[in-house]
Design a protein around this ligand. Sequence first.
Ligand code: SF4
Length: 328
Amino acid sequence: MALDTAPLLEVKGLKKYYPFKKGMFSSEVGYVRAVDGLDFTVQQGETLGIVGESGCGKSTVGQLILQLLEPTEGEIWFQGKDVSTLGKSELKQARRNLQMIFQDPYSSLNPRMRVEDIVGEPLKIFERYSKKERREKVVELLRLVGLDTHHLSRHPHEFSGGQRQRIGIARALALNPKIIVCDEAVSALDVSIQSQILNLLRKLQNELGLTYIFIAHGLPAVKHISDRIAVMYLGRIVELADRDTLFASPKHPYTKALLSAVPIPDPLLRKERIILQGDLPNPAAPPSGCHFHTRCPYAQPVCETKSPELMAYGGGQVAACHFPLEAE
Ligand code: SF4
């Protein structure tokens, strides 16, 4: 949960456009707007969930924050500094503090490396530890994530999916980062293993004061770990609120549709599932007006021509819709 009022991370007007080219002379004829003007903050110690369908730009946001991609426009402020203005050594320090846990624990670990080398690799690059010190640190990291000394000499194929994700988490923790971007970190795992990994992430957050940006395509995983949730559609945030408000009183029809897909064990509380018509539109040619109007069950003529701005509804909830939903 948030511990401080000054944000640890602040994103302002963030855009990432990819030009696409056509013809003999490869002239630019347009842009894919992967991320199209995002503003949000992340407080020290909180988890911000980012949710949306594949292709909505959520993973690109993670890569921009980690400095793996250069923004087309906009600013990313980390610990009160605009990262684009940092010198080489300050940028190196910022990179240490921003780590990632990847979606696929099968392909994100080098199959030829032993666990000791996988987890110790960031330490080898960034720290001047002796071999013995590095091994001690790796053992400490493995214990933190529920693995043991006898795992040191094993290779990734000798582990289950959940154990591999634990190795990935240990590697992400090696440099004592401030923020970890979890990009679909549990999506490839069985449901029972997902909850073990989510519990581990929460435990580590409490013990180490970590801040997470938790990216996922569905709300169930995001619900269990997030303090606040941003819902993205075609490169834009369409709603952002604290978790309980978002689940109890969504303002945007797209959020409501995502919520209707979340399984509810109690049959008396089950809601009718809203099936969205059609696929996510092409981000290179998004629909006019409200990008969601081609799939929205509440669309009115104005939605085709006028793009809705994010409006505040109190308690930090914002949503971009001309006809926000009333609480049920
Ligand atoms: Fe639906 Fe219109 Fe709201 Fe867009 S602005 S979400 S089309 S009601």
